[in-house]
Design a protein around this ligand. Structure first.
Ligand code: BG6
Length: 492
């Protein structure tokens, strides 16, 4: 199979921080199909050699101990090409079209590729224009797929506008919406856990499960992204996409086949079943916070509004905790709690499935109920918390024990990063891990009342609640779960 992968935004942050390192890893792991060309497209006046030098420099800055050797980099870089394009100029798309259709021998191939992946890692406001121009020069044939990076809109209407513009040129199965959380190994393991094992599925329902928590905690602040972040906030940046995608993977019904639309249909049904917010519940069941100066992992750090490019009076949220329910037979009445934030006490992501207590305790207690912890990062693994007998006499007491599966260690040689996995899936045309437009729009529809409530609160002078950097967010986040008699699981 031959492929061309075109990276729009080839000199942008995402390209050199995530995409090129992921492609390098894919190449190093021998997973990148032979006969491929990677074309970076950007405004800078570079040629292929100049781009390779520039990227090597970036790799050196970035990769530290895992930095590729000069030899490995140059072998990989032989597949890298560069085309200077101004994406606002229709004529420039014809140059791209020629490059793709009429390869030169020195570019490594004599015929056009079987598969063309166009990865739009540019600012999303350019997507409609780029798609239109790609269509105008015929770069939307059946061999072409377009990959769209987030943020895909900032509300339902803008997301729809992007989807309409993309849909006018590409079919749904050609448009691959990235949510890099779906590329994480732990998410693959979650599917495997649920649908590859008979053990959990009978318990995976309201009769056995008391609550579910999803925590996506970052210890980092907004760093140099203050300008972007201040227009976005945690609800749009993490909840509308990553956290909700995880929720769908937990709550979905077993799909009939391990196939993209079978899976996406089930995920969509979960989003449609989420308890909608209204003006009252958007305030009662959602807590928004903003970090103040504090000590994060032993280091004094500034508050959000002291970060570069953040307005001094910003009301942007850097933390969200919320409670929702999936209103269907499987999950009726089971609270799902989501929390995410920057500058929290730890950088870790995990899902906790809290099982119900035994119906009739015969051991002296109280004891914690069983719990399954699905760890996404920094480690990828599973922890099953059980109770076991402790003591030598016949009057045993129960003590907590846990079964701890560390997938990073178990499958050492097969570990694949999220972007590496998603890029390979895109090249192979497998859509299971990409988000369909209706899922994405449904997720926007669900968060809209919250955005609306916050707009009104902002106007009334009621901003996010402060929390100290290095803490677990505002006190309201604990109160949210305490109301139902729960507490957030301790740091994993
Ligand atoms: C991105 C957000 O989508 O995900 C960032 O824009 C966030 O703000 C990042 O830091 C988190 O991803 P990960 O993989 O580091 O958990």
């Amino acid at each position: 199979m031959s492929f061309d992968l075109v990276l729009f935004g080839g000199t942008g942050d995402l390209a050199w921080r995530k995409l090129m390192p992921a492609l390098f890893q894919a190449w190093r792991h021998g997973k990148l199909p032979a006969g491929g060309r990677i074309l970076a497209v950007g405004r800078n006046a570079l040629d292929a050699a100049g781009y390779r030098d520039w990227l090597q420099q970036r790799f050196n800055d970035l990769s530290g101990p895992t930095r590729p050797s000069a030899e490995a980099f140059s072998d990989f870089a032989a597949q890298l090409h560069y085309l200077q394009l101004d994406l606002t100029q229709p004529a420039h798309y014809r140059r791209l079209q020629r490059w793709l259709k009429q390869p030169k021998a020195e570019e490594g191939r004599a015929a056009a590729a079987d598969t063309v992946v166009l990865y739009l890692a540019t600012s999303p406001h350019l997507f409609p224009q780029i798609c239109e121009q790609l269509g105008a020069v015929g770069l939307n044939g059946p061999e072409v797929r377009v990959v769209l990076e987030k943020p895909l809109g900032h509300d339902l209407e803008s997301a729809r506008a992007i989807n309409r513009a993309v849909g006018a040129v590409f079919s749904e199965s050609q448009a691959l919406r990235i949510d890099h959380y779906l590329g994480k190994s732990a998410v693959q393991n979650l599917t495997a856990l649920r649908f590859g094992n008979a053990l959990f599925e009978p318990l995976w329902r309201r009769e056995s499960i008391a609550s579910i928590e999803i925590t996506l905690a970052e210890s980092l602040g907004v760093g140099t992204r203050g300008d972007f972040y201040d227009r976005t906030g945690a609800l749009r940046d993490m909840v509308q996409n990553h956290a909700l995608q995880l929720l769908t993977m937990i709550a979905m019904e077993p799909p009939a086949r391990h196939e993209a639309d079978a899976i996406r249909n089930e995920k969509l049904k979960v989003l449609q079943a989420l308890k909608p917010f209204d003006a009252h519940s958007a305030r009662r069941d959602v807590v928004r916070g903003q970090y103040r100066a504090g000590v994060c992992q032993g280091r004094a750090v500034p508050g959000y509004t002291e970060e570069g490019s953040v307005p001094a009076h910003s009301r942007c949220e850097t933390f969200v905790a919320l409670r929702t329910e999936v209103r269907n037979w499987r999950w009726a009445g089971v609270p799902f709690y989501l929390r995410t934030g920057k500058r929290l006490a730890a950088g870790s992501a995990y899902i906790v499935v809290n099982f119900r207590a035994v119906p009739h305790p015969i051991f002296p207690g109280p004891h914690p109920a069983n719990k399954l912890v699905i760890k996404l990062q920094p480690e990828d693994g599973l922890e099953l918390h059980l109770l076991a007998a402790k003591g030598a006499s016949g009057l045993e007491t129960l003590a907590p024990v846990s079964l701890d599966l560390d997938f990073d260690k178990a499958f050492l040689e097969d570990r694949v990063g999220a972007y590496e996995r998603l890029l390979l899936e895109a090249i192979h045309g497998r859509l299971n891990l990409f988000v369909r437009s209706d899922e994405q729009e449904e997720a926007w529809r669900w968060v809209e009342p919250v955005l609306q409530a916050w707009r009104e609160d902002d106007a009334a002078g009621l901003g996010p609640r402060p929390y100290a950097a290095g803490s677990w967010g505002p006190a309201g986040a604990s109160a949210l779960v305490a109301r139902d008699g729960f507490s957030w699981a301790e740091e994993q």
